[in-house]
Write a protein that binds this ligand. Sequence first.
Ligand code: TXA
Ligand code: MG
Length: 323
Amino acid sequence: MAETGRDIAKAAELLRSGEVVAIPTETVYGLAANALNPEACVRIFEIKERPFFDPLIVHIRGIEEVLRYAIEFPPEAKELCQRYWPGPLTVVLKKREIIPDIVTAGHDSVALRVPAHEVTLNLLQMLDFPLAAPSANPFGYVSPTRASHVEKQLGSKIPYILDGGPCRVGIESTIIRFGGERPELLRLGGMDTRILKETLGEFTESLHQGSNPGAPGQLDQHYAPLTRFILLKTGEQPFPIKGVKTALIRFRDYSTDFPEQDQYILSDTGDLHIAANQLFAVLRETDEKGYGQIIAETVPEVGIGRAINDRLRRAAAKGISPE
Ligand code: TXA
Ligand code: MG
């Protein structure tokens, strides 16, 4: 069983000796190892049961470290990072030799991010290497936003969970790739895309590219609960099936045609940031309560709402989705 605690020095010591440790970030908990140690990184893939074609994000302590790991830092990437790091932004840049192939799945680019979490920033300060860390969940399952989520699923496989409290943002970072003709948005996440437009002007969206294992990340079916999961469009009526205990996940208010105790509201004030913060915890809770099916409604497709809907669609890709 993993020990859960707030001992940063202990986490640092384990990481130095090549162990894998769960760490808090503002988005979700990560499963971290020394990014410059290929054997330690292989352990991440084993523990997560993650396919080797899916590359890892490398967490660094500040913008001044970018050129240690990337060959170039285009001005528009730099501007974006200056504005939003530490924060839920990951940039993909041409990599230097020092980053092992296992981290980038053999690609010539590396994903870098400075997390906005004091505990992990302090940890990075104590280390003389960056941390490769995917979300700390079994591959394809919902990402963890509490130390207890990690403990439940991966507790038997790692020695230590560094507890930083509940994650503030609650969904993963926004990923942008640089180095092509235009910046490319690869994953919707904790950053509002309106903010991206403001800083970058033009960029292309290359979302949902990854049912092709050749292209990194973004598998269609991901973030998925084990229970049958159905996604409704906003305003569409839920259709309970007789004899099947059903949970209903809604954005802001209760449906009058459904038992209230089986309804889960993401934000009763209609705040999309709160909804993002609650999303994965609610998916886990409903998945663990023994429901026969979970029905969810999309949220307004604006700002961070796009990233929430993206996660809901992927969760539903396994079940029956009307979209
Ligand atoms: O918020 C987050 O980003 C969290 C926390 C722990 O930092 N991490 C996270 O990692 O969500 P993960 O492994 O669940 O997602 C990493 C994704 C990959 O699936 C891939 O889409 C993208 O990052 N990625 C990593 N390296 C890449 C590269 N070289 N080129 C393109 N995409 C890359
Ligand atoms: Mg993940």
